[in-house]
Design a protein around this ligand. Structure first.
Ligand code: GAR
Length: 210
């Protein structure tokens, strides 16, 4: 890429993936990347607390506080520009990204999903719902997927995926914990691939060199 990856992280909850990414950056495992901003739609989200206590700029931005969707998206885009964000990482962000954000950051937005996409993805498949569906279907494997975000839920180009076995006595909770552990390894790795230029990004395409 030839320039720093200035990352805005979006999240709605706990923020453990953000913490894992922050740790990786602070430990020098992702050279050329920094987190310039954390955005959350939820004022009480753990991700905002982690950001504030780590000295990362953090904004609670909820569409409800704006007169219109347009005003909200204008403000969000201006905030991203103000912090010089050139890359967006979704880490447990439970809101749909507006079309104008996807266009402004085309192929520069990634998401982590707690399953082996394209299976167990799509609308309504998030968080514990995913693990409950995997357990109900008695799948032998699950895992985590990092993918580029496009207009369709959980649909864009897959960057990295890791598989883990589901044991017959796993509950959705125990499976969630196992998958989360994998996520914490996979997400920093995927970001490192972008930071090192192993993913070539253009407005039309994403080329991955493994
Ligand atoms: C993670 O398991 C992530 O994969 C999932 O939300 C959790 C966030 O945890 N995301 C989705 O389900 C998106 N469809 P965290 O706040 O501790 O990082």
């Amino acid at each position: 890429m030839g320039r720093t990856l200035d990352i805005a992280v979006f999240g709605s909850g706990r923020g453990s993936n953000f913490q894992a990414i922050l740790d990786a950056i602070q430990q020098g495992r992702i050279p050329g990347a920094r987190i310039c901003l954390v955005v959350s739609n939820n004022a009480r989200a753990g991700i905002l607390e982690i950001a504030r206590s780590s000295g990362v700029p953090a904004e609670h931005l909820s569409e409800k506080a704006f007169a219109s969707e347009t005003a909200f998206v204008d403000y969000l885009l201006a905030t991203l520009r103000k912090h010089s964000a050139n890359f967006i990482v979704l880490a447990g962000y439970m809101k749909r990204l507006h079309q104008r954000i996807i266009e402004a950051y085309r192929n520069r937005i990634i998401n982590i999903h707690p399953a082996l996409l394209p299976r167990y993805g799509g609308q309504g498949m998030y968080g514990m719902h995913v693990h409950e569906a995997v357990i109900a279907a008695r799948e032998r494997f699950s895992g985590a997927t990092v993918h580029v975000v496009d207009e369709q839920y959980d649909h864009g180009r897959i960057i990295l995926q890791r598989r883990i076995p589901v044991s017959p006595d796993d509950s959705s909770e125990s499976l969630a914990a196992k998958v989360l552990k994998i996520e914490h390894e996979l997400y920093p790795e995927a970001i490192r691939m972008f930071a090192e230029g192993n993913v070539e990004i253009t407005d039309n395409d994403v080329a991955v060199h493994y």
